[in-house]
Design a protein around this ligand. Structure first.
Ligand SMILES: *Cc1c(COP(=O)(O)O)cnc(C)c1O
Length: 358
């Protein structure tokens, strides 16, 4: 794998998620009126009632997707329809009204058309879009709300080509679980993340970057990594096999995960889903069966996993450096994002200007 000396991103270092842009799209739902019109305005603070249901009982779901500058200078969003559908699934799970796909895409168009200039023509950065749906009714009865607010905002997300690809060290959580059968692990609801922060902090105290989540029933099967999905590579070269944990209902079906399964096949690797226990993970790293491990997600893109820590035991994956299959998949994904590769599945969504009025 050739690792060319990439230019350092022009962005000054700003924490991921802190560099908001200017625009906010919002709309309100009530049982009587359904969805009101989505309007575009400035992103600013807003007044809310302290007794808002979303704030107390966690009736809040969100999404995350990105708009990228294309080689022809236009802007395109990666698979927004898939995010719109997942947003609807998340809403249904929390007894909330669904945002119609059409309205979701209109909001995407409006935010990207208004704020796309924030990333200039710099391929090192992208515009991260954050759709949010929350219960905005003021009422403290323990029941689903009768008023909901949909919002879409954006922030500038930092350098991929510019930053070196640093493998992460991960820590296996044994005391806490992220998700359990029948719970909300397969949807993007706010509470899933609040429940994970303590373990994230523990991982950092252990010198690790991220938490490996195991299934909650047997405490044995590897599910995902922080807010990312995991992939394992067995073998190498043309014989490499690219595998990810199967969707059991307790892990989040990532758009990036789905994309990489397809890209792996397109690149000629065998790919598919599996069940892998932590002890198998350790054993197969020791005997050389597993050669590479990486995490993926909209924010993380493709991030190599270099080492794993489980209690007092620690092992490296391969030689601890980013592997060739990982880097090839990462490059294929970035090429797709920037309109540099064929898009037979129609995943890139060109942004239309105009749309919503302020
Ligand atoms: C969002 C998320 C992912 C990644 O999903 P993408 O659609 O690829 O961004 C994986 N795991 C969890 C827990 C997530 O919240």
């Amino acid at each position: 794998m050739t690792q060319t000396q990439a230019p350092v991103s022009r962005l000054p270092h700003v924490e991921h998620g802190a560099q908001f842009t200017d625009t906010l799209v919002s709309a309100t739902w009530t049982p009587a009126t359904g969805w009101g019109p989505a309007t575009r305005g400035p992103l600013t603070t807003f007044a809310m009632h302290p007794g808002m249901i979303g704030l107390h009982y966690g009736q809040v779901v969100f999404e995350g997707l990105k708009a990228h500058r294309q080689v022809d200078g236009s802007m395109a969003v990666f698979r927004p329809r898939d995010n719109a559908l997942r947003f609807q699934r998340s809403a249904r799970r929390l007894a909330m009204p669904e945002v119609p796909e059409e309205m979701f895409l209109q909001a995407v168009d409006a935010v990207v058309a208004a704020d796309g200039h924030h990333i200039g023509d710099d391929p090192n950065v992208s515009l991260y879009l954050r759709p949010l749906l929350f219960a905005s009714e003021a009422n403290l009865m323990l029941r689903p709300a009768n008023e909901y607010t949909f919002m879409m905002m954006a922030f500038v997300a930092g350098g991929f080509f510019g930053s070196a690809v640093e493998p992460v060290r991960v820590w296996v959580s044994r005391d806490t679980a992220r998700a359990f059968p029948g719970g909300t692990g397969d949807v993007k609801c706010a509470a899933n993340y609040a429940g994970a922060f303590l373990s994230q902090r523990e991982a950092q105290m252990q010198g690790c970057h991220q938490v490996v989540w195991l299934d909650a029933v047997e405490g044995r099967w590897v599910e995902e990594l922080g807010g990312m999905n995991l992939f394992f590579v067995r073998g190498s070269g043309a014989d490499a096999e690219v595998l990810t944990p199967e969707l059991t209902g307790t892990l989040l079906p990532g758009v990036t995960r789905d994309t990489l399964l397809t890209l792996a096949t397109r690149l000629g690797y065998r790919s598919g889903t599996t069940r892998l226990s932590v002890s198998q993970w350790r054993q197969e790293c020791a005997d050389g069966t597993i050669t590479e491990v990486f995490a993926c997600g909209t924010a993380a893109v493709v991030t190599p996993v270099g080492a794993v820590r489980d209690g007092g035991t620690e092992w490296t994956v391969g030689d601890g450096a980013p592997g060739p299959v990982t880097m090839r998949l990462r490059e294929a994904l970035l090429d797709l994002h920037h309109g540099k590769a064929p898009d037979p599945d129609g995943w890139m969504y060109p942004v239309s200007t105009g749309g919503l009025h302020g």
